[in-house]
Design a protein around this ligand. Structure first.
Ligand SMILES: O=C([O-])C(=O)C[C@H](O)[C@@H](O)C(=O)[O-]
Ligand SMILES: [Mg+2]
Length: 419
């Protein structure tokens, strides 16, 4: 089974004004859909970021991969690395840590790898989770991923989620997501307001949903000293504290002083970061993300390393569609030591998808592993065409939460070790 052709399609879908330490989400989120077609006519799907410079690299890699067997994992990775050269991609928002050459290669490789696994599963009559060692759970729990948000984009109507700018708004948002999806754990995206105001919301959630595991993630908006103080004050309230302060050194300083484990998707984002983070005791939980850890097999290898060194696992997400949700679900289902509910932005996409309905659903806050071979999903070609048309109509070509925020608050500065 050799790669005969690859289609790379950028898409745009509506995104609500979700606030974070870098600014606010624009009205449109971008993604790239990758379809790999074999010489036998079997198609596999992958999904990745939509920033134009990344899209250009994905297109260059796609041209380099035709003719290779879909099983040739290492050769495919080497071809992608060669196609990219010395390029380094750094996303503007910085919410997933520093860019590096390794991370760039792994991020470009990821959608092709997922698509090849989809093909290999279809050809063998096996689910992707089976190819990753077999599922250890039938359904993958996700958390209610709460955001401070405006009622709607400035100048547009209020969206159906409404405003969430205080503890009452955050609790109401949690109720809505839990009612609709059945989530049994909660994550609050912080780094928007002063930590005192955000911990008030955490306490309100703790009171409103007793017993539900709870996390806050200010994306390194706090100094180590503030993180230590806030962490100590939330003893017994948090499941883990995610990226309170910047860098491995900053996180190590905090970890030594707080009672709960620290989690990250910012200070450990490539293999190079693992040895120093482990040596310094900087983190207790790693948020895997196959989109920048080089696909599903490489993520599974990182998961095994984490097991060896006693790190727990959760999973990170950015705005995404169903192809990514399916890939995340297969990986999480086949990762025994992934014991925390995964992040997902799915509720914020509010039904917009390129995946045909039916294969992916939430029940009790978890996504049952699709039971058909490969990823177990199908592309909705009309939806893909409509989202591609949306992409062509708009001028947004990269995610820039800071520039969008500055349209409404010209003085806005991204919050890094700010409080
Ligand atoms: O740190 C995290 O969990 C993220 O980077 C997730 C997303 O980027 C989130 O912050 C967002 O979408 O604004
Ligand atoms: Mg995070």
């Amino acid at each position: 089974m050799r790669i005969h052709e690859i289609h790379v399609t950028p898409v745009a879908f509506k995104d609500p004004p979700l606030l974070n330490a870098s600014g606010v989400h624009e009205p449109w989120a971008l993604r790239t859909v990758v379809e790999v077609v074999t010489d036998e006519g079997v198609t596999g799907l992958g999904e990745t970021y939509g920033d134009l410079s990344h899209l250009d690299r994905v297109r260059a890699a796609a041209r380099a991969l035709t003719g290779l067997p879909v099983h040739a994992h290492h050769a495919l990775h080497a071809r992608v690395a060669a196609a990219i050269g010395a390029d380094v991609f750094t996303d503007q928002h910085g919410l997933t840590g520093a860019g590096s050459h390794q991370k760039t290669v792994d991020a470009v490789f990821s959608p092709f790898e997922v698509a090849c696994l989809d093909i290999r599963g279809k050809a063998a009559g096996l689910r992707v989770a089976d190819l990753l060692g077999g599922p250890v759970r039938d359904a993958v729990p996700y958390s209610a991923y709460l955001f401070y948000k405006w009622a709607g984009h400035p100048g547009a109507d209020e969206d159906r989620f409404g405003a969430a700018l205080d503890p009452e708004g955050i609790v109401a948002q949690a109720r809505l997501l839990i009612e609709e999806y059945g989530f049994t754990s909660i994550k609050l995206k912080g780094g928007v307001f002063a930590p005192e105001r955000e911990t008030e919301a955490v306490r309100a959630l703790h009171d409103a949903f007793p017993g539900l595991p709870l996390r806050i993630d200010p994306n390194a908006a706090w100094t180590p000293a503030t993180s230590a103080r806030v962490g100590a004050s939330l003893d017994g309230v948090l499941e883990y504290l995610e990226d309170p302060a910047p860098g491995i050194d900053g996180m190590a300083e905090v970890a030594a002083q707080v009672p709960m484990k620290l989690a990250t998707n910012m200070c450990v984002v490539t293999h190079d970061h693992l040895p120093p983070a482990i040596a310094r005791g900087a983190i207790g939980v790693l948020l895997l993300d196959h989109h920048y850890w080089g696909g599903l097999l490489r993520s599974a290898q990182v998961a095994a390393l984490c097991d060896t060194f006693g790190l727990e696992l959760s999973m990170h997400s950015n705005s995404h569609l169903g192809i990514s949700l399916a890939a995340m679900t297969h990986l999480a289902a086949a990762t025994p030591n992934l014991t925390h509910a995964c992040d997902t932005h799915t509720p914020w996409q509010d039904g917009q998808d390129v995946v045909a309905p039916g294969a992916l659903r939430f029940t009790g806050g978890a996504v049952p592993l699709p039971d058909r071979p490969g990823l177990g999903i199908e592309l909705d070609r009309d939806a893909l065409a409509a989202m591609h048309e949306q992409y062509r109509r708009i001028t947004v070509r990269r995610r820039d939460d800071t520039a969008y925020m500055r349209r409404f608050d010209p003085e806005f500065q991204p919050k890094r070790a700010h409080w």
